[in-house]
Write a protein that binds this ligand. Structure first.
Ligand SMILES: Cc1cc2nc3c(=O)[nH]c(=O)nc-3n(C[C@H](O)[C@H](O)[C@H](O)COP(=O)(O)O)c2cc1C
Length: 408
């Protein structure tokens, strides 16, 4: 996915062990369609060579403000004027202190100071020993640098190169990528709380077995990520799936439809948007055995009776918040045929403003999908594309409908 297509990123490296991760970050940004210009402090070159960064970015690395390659001999001006963003990864404690003071005695700090502050965002990924990270001077400097307009991307926690364990590790390249991509998305859901249900449910018949379905959760997780990128607070209620939680999203894991309903109802108390992508089992075994149901040697299979599960979408769509116009409900229908008819009928049945139809076998487990949007105005297709792309389109569609929506 070309999430950074057309973007020009200046990647600044400062002196820290985490420089080894910046090679991978650079590679990921290039793979995502960005052009990357690397600028390194002298200290950074002690940790990783400019040769590696040049090879990965495909551009000569800048280190000195006295670089004669620039016709006007002002790399700090030229490099910062071209950038859509400057990303400092890793950003040392020393460099944060220098940013706070507006120091400009070498190229990278000079370039940060000289950047057009309203047009070129400065994102920094701190990386340091846990004692350095929790030192009052660092905390003070970090608060100041953010007050001055920089965006701090947070740190990870765990084993550090020095042998200690704690906060201050640089975020992993994939995590940084998620944050950098999110930075460029329009904040069309800022101030909203979006609730998403995703994945299948698992309806146990005994401690060993149960019934479930092929939903992978990928579409719902993509929508949760897109909503977060759009500036929303996001709660993701997930059935049993093996997917990483999107950055900044609050995830609640559940198994059964009843658990999913309880978690969704609780989160819906202050949610403004509910997107029901979960493939909730329509029925569950009527009884649950506390012990494994055994073969009795008679050759007869046990007869299973089923009970209907609660309808999570209908329950929330008929709830007080939806009726008062405070909760915009979006349903998903996974069908095997007659998608338009089934999607329209489901929207009517649930009494919701927007229903999204997709073909089950063409979406379950896949990274691509196509969506059919059904609302009062009619039917609109979002053609086959990566689920993350479709999720961003759907989020934009929801955001456009929110201000004009009135409950039926
Ligand atoms: C082996 C080694 C590892 C270091 N790792 C870090 C680090 O992870 N984070 C940090 O803030 N400083 C670290 N430092 C200290 C910085 O490299 C030092 O403050 C340097 O002056 C930073 O220069 P710069 O900000 O111009 O890149 C380390 C120093 C050494 C010798």
């Amino acid at each position: 996915m070309q999430d950074l297509a057309g973007k020009h990123i200046v990647l600044g490296l400062t002196g820290g062990v985490a420089c080894y991760k910046s090679a991978e970050l650079c590679r990921l940004m290039v793979k995502a369609g960005a052009t990357v210009q690397v600028v390194m402090t002298e200290s950074a070159t002690q940790f990783i060579t400019p040769v590696t960064m040049q090879a990965l970015s495909g551009r000569p690395v800048y280190i000195s403000q006295w670089d004669v390659r620039e016709p006007n001999n002002m790399p700090h001006i030229n490099l910062s004027r071209e950038a859509d963003a400057i990303v400092l990864a890793p950003c040392s404690a020393d460099f944060i202190a220098r940013l706070v003071q507006g120091r400009s005695d070498e190229l990278l700090s000079l370039m940060c100071l000289a950047r057009p502050i309203d047009r070129v965002p400065l994102l920094l990924a701190p990386a340091m020993n846990r004692e350095m990270w929790s030192h009052p001077a660092t905390l003070r400097n970090l608060a100041q640098v953010q007050a001055d307009g920089a965006i701090a991307l947070g740190v990870g926690t765990g084993a550090q190169a020095c042998g200690e364990t704690g906060d201050g590790r640089m975020l992993e390249p994939a995590e940084l990528m998620e944050d950098i991509v999110a930075h460029f998305q329009p904040k069309v859901l800022a101030g909203q709380h979006v609730l998403v249900t995703a994945g299948p449910t698992f309806e146990a018949m005994d401690p060993i077995r149960g019934i479930t379905n092929h939903s992978s959760g990928k579409m719902g997780f993509a929508i949760a990520r897109a909503a977060r990128e759009a500036g929303a607070r996001v709660t993701l209620v997930a059935g049993p799936v093996h997917l990483a939680t999107p950055r900044g999203v609050k995830r609640i894991d559940v198994q059964s439809a009843q658990q999913m309903l309880a978690a969704a109802q609780s989160a819906a108390q202050d949610a403004n948007v509910f997107v029901a992508t979960a493939a909730v089992a329509d029925w569950r075994p009527a009884t649950h055995s506390n012990q494994k149901i055994k073969k009795d040697g008679s050759g007869r299979a046990p007869s299973l009776a089923f009970t209907e599960n609660p309808d999570i979408l209908l329950t929330l769509a008929q709830g007080e918040r939806a009726r008062r116009g405070q909760l915009y409900c979006v349903g998903f229908a996974a069908e095997s045929e007659n998608l338009v008819e089934h999607a329209k009928a489901k929207r009517e049945r649930k009494g919701i403003p927007l229903l999204v139809g997709n073909i089950g076998p063409l979406t379950f487990g896949q990274d691509h999908n196509s969506l059919l949007l059904v609302d009062d105005a009619g039917v609109r297709e979002l053609p086959r594309a990566p689920k993350q792309v479709l999720a961003r389109e759907l989020v934009a569609e929801i955001a456009a409908r929110l201000p004009v929506w009135k409950p039926a």
